[in-house]
Design a protein around this ligand. Structure first.
Ligand code: SF4
Length: 275
């Protein structure tokens, strides 16, 4: 039985050979700054919702805000950044590192000050979920960021994304959720239904972004549906067939196929090592 995750599928679609370096050969490359920043933004968001769940029947927007002050969110993001930053091969050392930390702190704070207060009572946070599709020898494993219950009992499945720039469409108030985020939400929607018997009423991406000075956020509806799940299933099936056959073609046309963005480039393209 093979266990896949939405992030594995993302790697596979970017380049099957990169997937094989990581999951067949077990080669782990150092994390990039964006990954460490993203995790540092996730931690205060997760902490906010976990404390909200701990409030139980005492939950209210005010009680949730009191349980996680914005000042604490900044500290939580800074600590999370420091825990991961040591593994990043910073190019120009302190300057880039400090700028990345500053963005992580601003985005973590922004989530708690502007995004979190717009969300309802949390009913699941960082929940590990697993899917076992009938007749398949693969499973899909993932962690749901947060599921909240909004006014009228509406269940909303949410995922947080952070970035150094505004998502496409943000300036016009019409963010287009990209395909890889839709696939991720489709996986979580499917997992949620497996666990509860019902689809969530809505799927959204909570975006926070920070440039050199500006910091902003927006919640974008993704409206993931059955078609997204069908496509996801088909992609996973295809990936699994190729994995079982040991087929891992290089993708030199991928935007990531260069020394800067692919940690396997030296051995994979420069020395043409086999996986
Ligand atoms: S160097 Fe290019 S072909 Fe090789 S794993 Fe990376 S992206 Fe794929």
């Amino acid at each position: 039985m093979r266990h896949y995750s939405p992030s594995q599928l993302k790697t596979w679609l970017k380049c099957p050979r990169a997937w094989a370096w990581r999951y067949v050969r077990g080669v782990i490359t150092p994390p990039g700054a964006a990954l460490v920043v993203g995790k540092a933004v996730h931690v205060p968001a997760e902490t906010y919702h976990k404390r909200g769940m701990d409030l139980g029947t005492e939950w209210s927007p005010d009680a949730a805000a009191a349980a996680m002050p914005v000042e604490e969110a900044a500290d939580v993001a800074a600590d999370a950044f420091e825990r991961g930053a040591g593994d990043v091969p910073w190019e120009t050392e302190d300057e880039k590192r400090d700028a990345a930390k500053d963005r992580a702190v601003r985005m973590g704070s922004r989530y708690v000050s502007h995004v979190a207060p717009t969300t309802g009572r949390p009913i699941a946070v960082e929940r590990k979920s697993e899917l076992h599709p009938a007749g398949r020898d693969w499973t899909l494993v993932g962690y749901l960021d947060a599921v909240t219950e909004e006014a009228g009992g509406k269940v909303v499945l949410r995922d947080t994304k952070s970035s150094g720039k505004a998502p496409s469409g943000a300036s016009g108030g019409n963010i287009v959720v990209p395909n890889d985020y839709r696939r991720q939400l489709a996986a979580y929607r499917w997992m949620w239904r497996e666990g509860t018997g019902d689809n969530p009423d809505a799927t959204v991406i909570d975006y926070v972004w920070a440039g050199k000075r500006d910091t902003n956020s927006a919640t974008a509806p993704a409206d993931v549906n059955d078609d997204d799940e069908t496509l996801l299933f088909s992609l996973l099936d295809g990936m699994h067939l190729m994995v079982k056959a040991g087929l891992f073609p290089r993708n030199p046309d991928s935007w990531a196929c260069n020394a800067k963005w692919c940690g396997y480039w030296d051995r994979c393209i420069k020395r043409l090592e086999d996986v």
